[in-house]
Write a protein that binds this ligand. Structure first.
Ligand SMILES: Cc1cc2nc3c(=O)[nH]c(=O)nc-3n(C[C@H](O)[C@H](O)[C@H](O)COP(=O)(O)O)c2cc1C
Length: 352
């Protein structure tokens, strides 16, 4: 492993690999703690993290905040010296409360996407927690860095570039996605690195850039570093690990998926996402609606009366292993995963 450590300000991970946040309930303390223990950056997903709490249906905010604390403490016990952060999506209701909770607990890092985290600097003011926006295009990098510079006179501590092969919700329109999958995304990565470099120069600092999306082999890692990034963010490869917090049945769906099974779906709130075709998706394609029994207060832009299904329910079903009633998010290369591994094995296979 000839890679340099990942330095995010005064926080250093021995290995320049971040385990991407995966909600709901896929990257919790067990996965994040194991990655941090191995020297990478472990990321707990804050998305509806309290789904196993007894009062989740009545009070999602309270149970989510409680679960954030429990999961963080467990991960910290597993890796007392490791780097552990949270993925908190801008699109979440009560985003502010989740960010403040992570900062108050002393987590190392917040990575924030699914929208541009315009308010993030002011929410963590006075805390030492590091902050990282997720961007997918040069344009989105320019917008968020310029905004933080003008409004808060600061720059990010880290920038995560999430490319078109990523899993979960994607920061591209469906047509853009198809274009990028045809052509290479490399030029966009180079352009984003240049934008970040301008601000690093202005603030006389180093802003590491990390690339995510479809990175599933040591060759992909080498390619990313050759483009000039400082680290990689990997998610799907960690799903089929013993330590991953998801149900074994969900992991099996990854192992059984073929290339053709991995498709782009429209999430209820209009964003495209990548997932494994299953019974649930087939029902959606036949325009069957799943009536919403109860709103779990997840995404700001959601109107429960207008959507075909509840994304919280579909993702909780995934984490619990009820795969026929679930949205099985995955990255574009997840079909290549055909065996269960440990976190250590995954990291070793990528970072050789
Ligand atoms: C199951 C799953 C759930 C995800 N959930 C989130 C999430 O809650 N928030 C987020 O910002 N990204 C999410 N992502 C994106 C990952 O953090 C990561 O950036 C991306 O999937 C990297 O590509 P890869 O899966 O090909 O390695 C998710 C990805 C997967 C596969």
């Amino acid at each position: 492993m000839g890679y340099k450590p990942l330095k995010i300000g005064n926080v250093t991970a021995k290995l320049p690999i971040i385990q991407g946040g995966m909600g709901i309930g896929i990257s919790l303390s067990n996965l994040a703690g194991a990655v941090a223990r191995e020297g990478g950056v472990g990321i707990i997903s804050a998305a509806q993290i309290g789904f196993r709490e007894p009062d989740f249906d009545q009070n999602p905010l309270k149970s989510n905040l409680r679960a954030m604390e429990m999961e963080y403490q467990k991960a910290r016990q597993m890796a007392p010296e490791g780097v552990i952060g949270f993925n908190i999506m801008v699109a979440m209701k009560h985003y502010e409360e989740y960010v403040k909770c992570a900062a108050r607990m002393g987590a190392d890092l917040i990575i924030s996407g699914a929208g541009l985290p315009t308010m993030l600097p002011e929410l963590v003011k006075g805390y030492s927690i590091k902050i990282a926006p997720i961007v997918s295009t040069k344009k989105s990098a320019q917008v968020i860095l310029k905004y933080w510079d003008k409004k808060y006179q600061r720059c990010p501590d880290l920038v995560v570039i999430e490319g078109p092969k990523a899993g979960g919700h994607l920061g591209f329109h469906k047509e853009e996605l198809e274009d990028y999958l045809e052509a290479s995304y490399d030029q966009e990565v180079l352009d984003i690195i240049s934008v970040v470099a301008e601000y690093a120069e202005k603030y006389q600092t180093k802003i590491p850039v990390v690339l995510a999306g479809g990175i599933d082999s040591s060759d992909e890692v080498k390619h990313a570093f050759a483009l000039g990034v400082d680290g990689v963010q990997v998610a799907s490869r960690f799903v089929t690990t013993v330590e991953c917090d998801a149900s074994p049945i969900y992991k099996e769906a990854y192992l059984n998926a073929s290339k053709e099974d991995i498709i782009i779906v429209k999430s209820p709130v209009g964003m495209p996402g990548r997932a494994i075709r299953n019974k649930f998706i087939e029902q959606l394609e036949s325009d069957e609606k799943t009536p919403i029994q109860l709103c779990h207060q997840c995404l700001r832009s959601c109107n429960p009366l207008e959507i075909p299904y509840c994304i919280t329910d579909a993702l909780i079903n995934a984490a619990k292993g009820d795969v026929d009633h679930a949205l099985l998010f995955c990255g574009a290369n997840a079909y290549k995963q055909n065996k269960m591994e440990t976190v250590k094995e995954v990291i070793e296979s990528l970072m050789i």
